[in-house]
Design a protein around this ligand. Structure first.
Ligand code: DC
Length: 222
């Protein structure tokens, strides 16, 4: 196995990427970075500052404001701070999920997050997202691409939100996932695609432990 590897886990929303990425990071004692949190953080900022109105993003207003954003990511707790405030809970709200795909399709937002993420990748790490193996770290040592049936993913996300006390319905979660799949895969900049050299794992019928074991095996054998 490569020393201090960069491990990239990409794939569709709610396929278990973060759970497995976190477990891999503990197994190999590497930092874990949830790249989606940065897009969610910018979405929160845009909403709180009035740059999202009637489901439209005021790009002209948002762009110059990005220089005011100071993100700090604590890889041991996976907490994200924005301008000194811990936003880890707030960014999981359905209101953020609703707008994050359109915010993350904007080229200047992607440029901003790309720089933040690359700055974290000087040593080994595990990072999950949509474009980690294709754009952020195209030379990652190990690349995985997770897929799963939309109904299974929606059920998992719904359960997760319910346990956190977030008010939503299964149908709302499913609709949001289908909408995000479409926007994430169809956008012009850094769309969600499998890197040629990524290993695909279908997590529909597997639990987190099973996915973790197969990823560990693949990593240790190379
Ligand atoms: O992984 P997540 O559901 O928290 O990601 C939220 C959104 O951010 C997702 O709909 C697409 C976007 N995203 C992205 O475009 N590129 C990444 N590397 C990570 C997330």
């Amino acid at each position: 196995m490569v020393q201090n590897p960069i491990i990239a886990i990409d794939g569709f929303a709610s396929t278990g990427k973060s759970t497995v990425a976190r477990a891999l990071s503990q197994h190999f004692r590497l930092p874990f970075i949830d790249s989606g949190a940065f897009y969610r953080g910018i979405t929160l900022f845009a909403i709180e500052n009035g740059f999202v109105k009637n489901n439209k993003v005021d790009q002209g207003g948002l762009e110059p404001k990005l220089t005011e954003l100071d993100f700090k990511y604590d890889s041991s707790s996976s907490h994200l701070h924005l301008n000194g405030q811990n936003i880890s809970e707030k960014i999981r709200q359905p209101e953020i999920a609703k707008h994050v795909s359109s915010i993350s399709s904007i080229d200047f937002v992607r440029d901003f997050v790309l720089k933040e993420l690359r700055a974290l990748g000087t040593d080994g790490l595990v990072m999950d997202g949509r474009d980690i193996g294709t754009v952020v770290f195209p030379h990652a040592d190990y690349k995985f691409f997770f897929i799963a049936k939309p109904e299974v993913r929606a059920q998992r996300r719904y359960q997760e939100l319910k346990e956190k006390g977030v008010v939503t319905s299964y149908q709302e979660v499913l609709n949001n996932l289908i909408h995000r799949d479409k926007t994430d895969s169809g956008r012009e900049v850094a769309p969600l695609v499998k890197a040629e050299d990524a290993i695909e794992i279908d997590t529909s019928e597997l639990n987190a432990q099973e996915v973790l074991s197969s990823a560990v095996q693949i990593i240790e054998s190379k």
